[in-house]
Write a protein that binds this ligand. Sequence first.
Ligand SMILES: C[S@@+](CC[C@H](N)C(=O)[O-])C[C@H]1O[C@@H](n2cnc3c(N)ncnc32)[C@H](O)[C@@H]1O
Length: 241
Amino acid sequence: MKQDKLFDNPQQVVDFAFDDAVADVFSDMIRRSVPGYETIISLLGVLAQQYAQPNTNVYDLGSSLGAATLSMHRQTRTLDLKHICVDNSEAMIKRCQSRLARHMPDADLQIICENIEDTEINNASLVVINFTLQFLSPESRLALLTKIYDSLLPNGVLVLSEKLIFEDKDENQRQTDWHLTFKSANGYSDLEISQKRTAIENVMIPDSLEAHQLRLQQAGFKESYQWFQAFNFASLIAIKK
Ligand SMILES: C[S@@+](CC[C@H](N)C(=O)[O-])C[C@H]1O[C@@H](n2cnc3c(N)ncnc32)[C@H](O)[C@@H]1O
């Protein structure tokens, strides 16, 4: 795994993009930046085992290198699923294609380079959006979740993981501090942390847990639960009745 050193030199910081340089170090970057990432990836396999329905489609929206799809495939080999990975970064999609072809050659797999707002969702029992909704403009998020709700099969499931902000100012500060300590414990310097924050603050806009829960309800989901949290990163599951 190539080490993320993208922000270790003083630089004129520009808006963060999922380009070739990021895609090259992405596995290392996300593991060292998102507390609980590897646990979520592994438990997505367990959730897929529970909720993926035979002969249906499983969508990984904002798939990056396909880590979630690979984990879900490993736990559902006998279900005759079609796995569909979607990402609008060509750099990510070409690496996702070659990685998944290597690691799940027997799978029915479609890899699409497009905006997930344009993705047609059919015959879906499980849709995963792992740390990607936060990159869409806030005003377009409800439309995407509504499309997913409307397209899911009965008993279909959406898993949504996001960075959170907290409505209580003191809690927000504490959670932010814990996250910064996590990054520092994983070897990122103060310079790397501060330059990355500047790069990403205009392109990634997190919501509170309450905003996510309300939006899921507005999209049509009557049942949703928070099933995971590590500091200011969380995952929700929403079930279509
Ligand atoms: C933090 S990464 C997601 C990580 C990935 N889901 C995983 O579990 O490893 C966000 C990804 O979403 C993609 N992305 C952001 N906005 C998008 C959009 N509107 N449509 C499609 N992909 C998008 C980015 O290119 C990037 O690969």
